[in-house]
Design a protein around this ligand. Sequence first.
Ligand code: ZN
Length: 439
Amino acid sequence: MSNPDRLRAARPVRNLSMTPDILVKNVALWGTEGLCDLAIANGHFVSIGQGAASSNAGLTLDAEGRMAVPGFVEPHIHLDKALISERAPVNISGTLTEAIEILWNIKRNYTVDEIADRASRVLERALESGIFRLRTHVDVDPIGGTRPAEGLIRARDRFRDLIDIQIVAFPQEGIVKSPGTEALMREVMKSGVDVVGGMPFNETSPQDSRRHIEIVFDIAREFDADIDMHVDETDDPMARTLEVLAELTIGNGWQGRVTAGHTCALASYPRDYADHVIGRLRQANVNMIANPATNLMLQGRLDDYPKRRGVTQVKELLAAGVNVACGQDCVHDTFYPFGQNDPLEIAFLLRHASQMSQPAEILTVMDMVTTNAAKALRAPDFRVAVGAVADLVVLDARDAREAFATRAPRRWVIRRGKLIAEAKLEMHRYFDVQAMPAT
Ligand SMILES: [Zn+2]
C-alpha cells in the first residue's frame, strides 16, 4: 500500500459532500466550549463544527444543547459474581470476609453457561448506560477452577462488536495460601484472559503478601500483560501492600501498566505515611480505582463511632497527580445487594464519600468515569475527533452537574456509528396544574 493510501485508510478524509448516516446537532461536547454538530458516516466522525455538516443525513438528532461524552468506561467490575444474590445466603455480618466465604459453595456449582448468561444480563444494562469499554475481574482459584474465566470469555465473545471487554485473572483466595492458583492463573492467561490480577492482603504474612505480588509480576512479564490488583481492601492501617506494589512496579519497569483497586487501608493510614505512599504511587505511575459503593457498604462494619468509611484518598491522590478513576465493583452479589452498572450512579456516590462538590471537582469526577478510566485501561482511542470511531453518548443534561444531580437518562447511545439505544423522555400528565385548588 502506498503512503497516501495508508493515510487514507487510517484516517477518513473530511468530506462535506458525503451524506452522513447520522447528524447530531447542537451538542455540548465534554471538554469543549459551545455547541457543535457532529456528522457520522461509515462508523466514523467525518466532520465536527458549527453548521459544518450536511443537513441531508440519514438520521438527524437535535441535541438542543445537551452534553455528550465519547462513552463511559467501567474500569472495575466482577461479572462472574454479578446477580448471584438471587440465590446466595445473606451476608449476616456484612463484612468482606463473610462475602467471600459464603461464595465458596456457589462457586463449586458454577457452570460456564450460567456465568455467561448472568454476565450478559449485566452487559446489556452497561450498554444502556453508555459503557463501551469495561474491565472485569474473574475469580481464579481451585474452587471454581477455570469455569468463571470460560464463562466471561464466552460473554465477551457475545458482545464483541459492542463493548471492548478486558478480563482480569483475580486470585481472590490468595496465591501462596491457595496451592494450585498460580498454575490456574497461567492457564486462563493462555486461554484469553487479558490482565493479571491480585489480592496480596489475602495471605497469611507480609512476606507472603510480597511473594504474591512478585508472582503476579512474573506472570505479567511472561504474558507481557498489564496488572490490576485488589490492594489492601481493609480498614487495617497495618495493611501495607500498596507501597510494595509501587516499589515492584518501578523495579519491574511496569510504570503506567499497573492499576490498584479499592486501597481502603490508605484511608486509615497516618498522614505522613499516606503522603509517602501517594508519592511512591505517583513515581510508579500506578492507576487508582475507587470503589465507593462496595467499600462504603462493607468497610468499618465492626467499628464503633467514629466509623471508618473505607473509601480511598481520592482528592489527595488527584492533587499529587495520580490518575484516579472509579468503578462499580459489585452488582447484586454477596458483597453488595444493589448496583445497576451506571457510572453516573457510582460517581454520584463517590462525590459524597469524597466530598467533591466544588465546580472544578464536579468536572473531575466526570473525568473519573470517562478519560481517567480510559487511561487506566490504556484505551488511547477514547475521543471525539474527525476520523475517530463514532462513539457518543448524549445525556439528557446541559452540563456535568445536572447529569449527576439527575443521573441523567442516556438520550442517545451511538456505538461505532450506529444508534443502539435511546431513552424515551415523554411524560404523560394526567393532571392540570391550573385546575388544582389553591392552598
Ligand atoms: Zn473488586
